[in-house]
Design a protein around this ligand. Sequence first.
Ligand code: NAD
Ligand code: UD1
Length: 348
Amino acid sequence: MAKSILVTGGAGYIGSHTVLQLLLGGYSIVVVDNLDNSSDIALKRVKELAGDFGKNLVFHQVDLRDKPALEKIFARTKFDAVIHFAGLKAVGESVQKPLLYFNNNLTGTITLLEVMASHGCKQLVFSSSATVYGCPKEVPCTEEFPLSAASPYGRTKLFIEGICCDIYRSDSEWKIILLRYFNPVGAHPSGHIGEDPRGIPNNLMPYVQQIAVGRRPHLTVYGTDYSTKDGTGVRDYIHVVDLADGHIAALCKLSDANIGCEVYNLGTGKGTSVLEMVAAFEKASRKKIPLVMAARRPGDAEIVYAATEKAERELNWKAKYGIDEMCRDQWNWAGKNPYGYGSSDSTN
Ligand code: NAD
Ligand code: UD1
């Protein structure tokens, strides 16, 4: 029988791509999302892209903190595992509204874990972030590096990682995989699903994409005096479809005996500068991205990229795509959907 997986935050950017890969892999999926930062159109498109497998997708518009609603969903379906994406993720907003972030991300997760435990579902894959490495002293970042939180958002990731480890220590029936994502970019090669941030994008590539479709005039390059190849910040960009496949690898790993609570980086192991990424996007889109050089953004690290050996060895997973494919697919999505899932008269 098909494995049944609950995906929280499955209407969001990474969640929607992962749900599609899961459906195509033969899993039965229930998505819980409050649509706070997403659109149900994403899931309608996922259903279409999945063809016959689309019938194995069920969606509930529910907030994770609504325990009775979550209880009902768990009472109806016996889940083999949960993939937990749901959370707020804007670093700057988390500094302005820390309690909102603690309430949403921590209370949401604790409620989910309580309901899972009471229904005997003790297998979890959690979306953590390379943000827990702070400003690393060296690269590549291995999973053993010291951790820190530079923002309330980052602190929610650190806390949840700690909560998961504590739960496993208290009850060895739990199997938990913490995935530390590096910088997810790109879109599904069909161009029908992709990233659709609300308001002004905080991250590099959604911003670049909006310049290319004429929604913003120029890119502000934050910092040109870093000790990097061209002075701009270096990151590990990973194609969102590779990232989605990493979740299937993690689900397979959950069937190993005694995996406990394990952490894995999901990155490519390659560092790319802001200027290199812009050049790759210009090549893919044949659009000029006007640049304005500016001071460093507070809190930004100089160079961050992943050590990938642990995921390669233990999850049997390795990223397949490079920055040219990431930019090609992101441009395909942007060209087909210049205003994301909305229309040009929306407030974005
Ligand atoms: P996203 O905002 O597109 O998706 C998150 C989804 O969770 C949204 O659909 C939102 O509506 C939903 N959600 C939020 N709070 C909820 C709640 N209380 N109840 C139900 N649904 C809720 O973000 P994403 O980029 O897909 O990120 C998914 C996860 O990966 C997040 O936990 C994020 O912190 C983490 N992550 C993202 C990145 C990145 O750069 N995108 C990097 C590292 C880690
Ligand atoms: C940011 C977050 C991090 C989060 C990650 C993925 C901060 C300080 N860090 O990291 O916590 O996990 O996103 O969501 O916000 N850049 C520009 N101009 C822009 C935007 C970005 O030059 O308009 C540069 C940045 O300085 C950086 C690179 O592009 O060098 C990537 O930036 P971004 O996409 O925001 O990701 P991170 O900085 O890695």
